[in-house]
Design a binder for this molecule. Sequence first.
Ligand code: L14
Length: 340
Amino acid sequence: MKKKKYNVAIVGATGVVGKEFLTILEERNFPVGEIRLLASERSAGNTLKFKGVDETVQDLAHETFEGIDIGLFSPGASVSAKYAPIAGKAGCIVIDNTSQFRMDPNVPLVVPEVNPGDIAKYTKKNIIANPNCSTIQMVVALKPIHDKYKIKRIVVSTYQSVSGAGKEAMEELSTQVKELFNMREPKVEVLPHRIAFNCLPQIDSFLDDGYTKEEMKMVNETHKIFGDESVKVTATTVRVPVFVGHSESVNIETEKPIDPKDVKKLLAKSPGVIVIDDPKEGVYPMPSDVAGQDEVFVGRIRRDDTVPNGINMWIVADNLRKGAALNAVQIAEVLIKDYI
Ligand code: L14
């Protein structure tokens, strides 16, 4: 028998993505029975509003996940590593936002517009992984193009907002701006260098080959989500002084002949994508317009005539919504519609 309501736990409830989970569950009228807010001992006892009611945050360390149907996880990766399997064994289906389980062959990595069928594989561990924010917005825009024209190679550079690194990084940007306007040397504590009036070509840590982990997430996760390792992907990921909204400059080369006009038409009718592309009028997507919205926005669609079948484009999305909480709630919506 199908349930009418589902008990939901939010792990990492006091973080930027945790709060976004609450907003989105409420906005989309997700059929929540009990809501359980969980965080570290440090945050336990705080209250957060859900549907107008103050809910108390509880200590994750004391949680058994008995009776919880769905766990929306967005703590640190090491916290997911410990608690997602505990929740999964207790019968709670975990949708995890961290990088911990994404490349685990027994865990599906899902973007509902791209590979909803992979959700069926959740039963192996009761865990579904939510991809990296930059990967999600890129694959939503590129999947329809890949299906029709077969993408051979993707070259992407990202312009990622500070909210990806959490509320401490957002505070660091605003504090640094204030300090600089007061002629004081700003402190650098969260991000690797000063982010105010700056760009940092580093997100996450470096690997031996000179790439960052964030860059390799874009490569490996794209292969897993597309179910196609033949697409070549190379990435440079950069932090910019923007609060919310990630942008990407994306160059693709396809097997079949491709025309910018056809790409515009194709993307305009693709699920979850909005084309904003009138460059002569100065119209293209920007994080300042896109923050708070659900779709992936694409503009600056134009031919790259340095290769036979090349296209350049600019892709922007709200990294806390489609890049994190919204994508996870959309996975939960497919789960309750088709599986539980
Ligand atoms: O892997 O610092 O999902 O902006 C995405 C955001 C890693 C950190 C992930 C950031 C995170 C990243």
